[in-house]
Structures are given as C-alpha cells and as structure tokens.
Design a protein around this ligand. Structure first.
Ligand SMILES: CC(=O)N[C@H](C=O)[C@@H](O)[C@H](O)[C@H](O)CO
Ligand SMILES: CC(=O)C(=O)O
Length: 297
C-alpha cells in the first residue's frame, strides 16, 4: 500500500450531476499518464462532503469498474453520520477496495473517546483495513501522539493520511509507529515529509502533477535532496498558482486542456470564470505542455 496516490477528482456536469464518462477519463489519466500507485476515492478532492450516499456509492462503483485491479484503491468513507460511514465501509469492502479511510468526525467538538468509538465502529463492521484521515485545518480536530497510539492499538488501523504542517508531530509518529503507514497529505511539503520517512503521499495535485510528485518522492528516498528540491520548487510554483486561482476548479481546468472532461465543481463551490480558465490554460502551457522534455521522462 506504499507509494503515490492521487486524491481523485470527480467530474460533475453543469447541473452538479456525476459525469461518469469524465470520471473514468480522470481515472485513466491517473493510471496512464500520472502513473500513480493508487487512488484515494471520496476525499476532500472528490468533493465528497457535498454528496449524497447514493452518489458516493456510485463513484466507488465506477472507479472500481474502471481500475479493476490495475492499481490500489482506498475508499474514504468517513462522515459525521456514522451510520452512513458504516454503510459505505461495507459497500466499498464488498467492491474490493484495498483499504478504507475515514476523516476524523468534524463539526461537533467530539472528544477523543467519541472519536475512538467512531473508528472502532467503522472498522469492526467490515473485514478491511483503516487509514485515519487527519486534516486539522479543515476539521479542527487535532489528535496528539498518545491518541494516535491508542487508535493504532487496533491492528486493523494500519496508518494515517497526515495532512498537517506539524512536522515535529510527524517525526514523533514515524519514530513511535515504524510499522504503520504514514502518507503525506500536503503536496507542497512532500520533500520534507519524505525526508522524515513517510511511506507515501496522497494528494490532489497528483491528478495533474503525478510525475513530478513521484520524482520528488523517489529522489528524496535515494538521498538526492538537491535534485528533489529542484522539482519541489517547480511543483510549488505550480501549486501556488493553483491555490491562488481556485484549487479544484484549476486542476479540473488543467485536465480539460489535456483533453479530459473533468467538468465542473459541485455547488456551493463556484464555477470557473473565463479568467480562471485562461489562467489554468497558461499553467498547462507552462508546466505540462513540454513536461516530457523538461523532465527527461
Ligand atoms: C484539502 C486538500 O485538498 N488537501 C489535499 C490532501 O490532503 C492536498 O493535496 C492539497 O490539495 C494540496 O497539497 C494543495 O494544498
Ligand atoms: C488528499 C485529499 O485531500 C483528499 O482528497 O482528501
């Protein structure tokens, strides 16, 4: 389960319905062009928290049908509606997803006992493995080292997607949990996270920038830090441009430039303006049009 995973984008039509053809194209692009090791389905990048249970299920189905067993699949099933999370966990497990993930329960200020009960309830309802999804800047949930340790006592909880900039905590986790899988969640900090020994990364920008992401990861693992840093610099120029222009809208618009029907975002996320699309086109030309020759791949 180690390696580079795209946090999969979902294509929606103008009315906000899932565009299955576009979704399949995004999946194929991740396999054929980005050459990722796997997909993280139903995450923030999948606009998951704005979808109905049936829509989440349909996305799990379409993705599995397109991927078959070509690459690994992680299903993010977490929800403040715990019954929904269990239902999705069963559904994704029956489809053959390699692992589950669940965001820490958010919105209400759940205490740690409640958070632990949530994870145990989900994972004990299925024959599968769980990767904790920790993203404090969106959820407000900050767990400490001892709390992670308590969750990790359950052998079915095999790892964490660590989307945080607290690299002191990341280092402490690496030392204390050598057997657990730690995935870096911030693409712009991938080099530093790799130096600290993460097992992989899960990111939104890999939907377009997967080749560079793998290069950073592999060069850093080989100790070629200066070379990895050069690629992180280019990558962060791109990520800065993307974040300034609108994260998911821009990644989708770059994919459109590559001939993929990546479509619209789901409301309440805004529609791209012509200016945003023009900026994305410029990013495509700057970072991707000549990527093969730039990178010697
Ligand atoms: C909220 C969100 O999308 N987070 C992603 C993964 O955790 C990241 O891949 C970021 O999108 C990316 O690092 C840009 O900040
Ligand atoms: C990786 C990530 O942010 C997600 O889509 O959940």
């Amino acid at each position: 389960m180690k390696g580079i995973y795209s946090a999969l984008l979902v294509s929606f039509d103008k009315e906000g319905n899932i565009n299955e053809k576009g979704l399949r194209q995004i999946v194929r692009h991740n396999i054929d062009v980005n050459k990722v090791d796997g997909l993280y389905v139903g995450g923030s990048t999948g606009e998951n928290f704005m979808l109905s249970t049936d829509e989440k299920k349909r996305i799990f189905e379409v993705v599995k049908d397109e991927v078959k067993d070509q690459i690994k699949l992680i299903a993010q099933v977490g929800s403040v509606n715990l019954k929904e999370a269990v239902e999705l966990a069963k559904f994704a497990t029956d489809l053959g997803y390699d692992a589950l993930s669940a965001v820490t329960p958010f919105y209400y200020k759940f205490d740690f006992k409640e958070i632990k009960h949530y994870y145990e309830t989900i994972i004990n309802s299925v024959d599968n493995k769980m990767i904790i999804y920790s993203i404090p800047f969106l959820t407000g949930v900050n767990m400490n080292l001892d709390q992670f340790a308590e969750l990790f006592e359950n052998d079915k909880i095999i790892g964490v997607k660590f989307t945080a900039a607290d690299f002191y905590l990341l280092e402490r986790m690496r030392k204390r949990f050598p057997e657990k899988l730690i995935y870096a969640g911030f693409d712009e900090m991938m080099l530093s996270a790799t130096v600290l020994g993460v097992d992989g990364a899960i990111g939104s920008t890999f939907n377009v920038n997967g080749i560079r992401a793998r290069q950073i990861f592999e060069l850093a693992q080989e100790g070629k830090i200066a070379e990895a840093l050069e690629i992180q610099h280019v990558t962060n120029d791109l990520i800065t441009d993307i974040l300034e222009n609108g994260l998911y809208q821009t990644i989708k618009a770059i994919l459109e430039e590559q001939g993929i029907d990546a479509g619209f975002c789901r409301q309440p996320m805004k529609e791209s303006t012509p200016e945003m699309r023009a900026n994305a086109k410029a990013m495509y030309e700057k970072y991707f049009q000549n990527q093969d020759s730039m990178l010697n791949v």
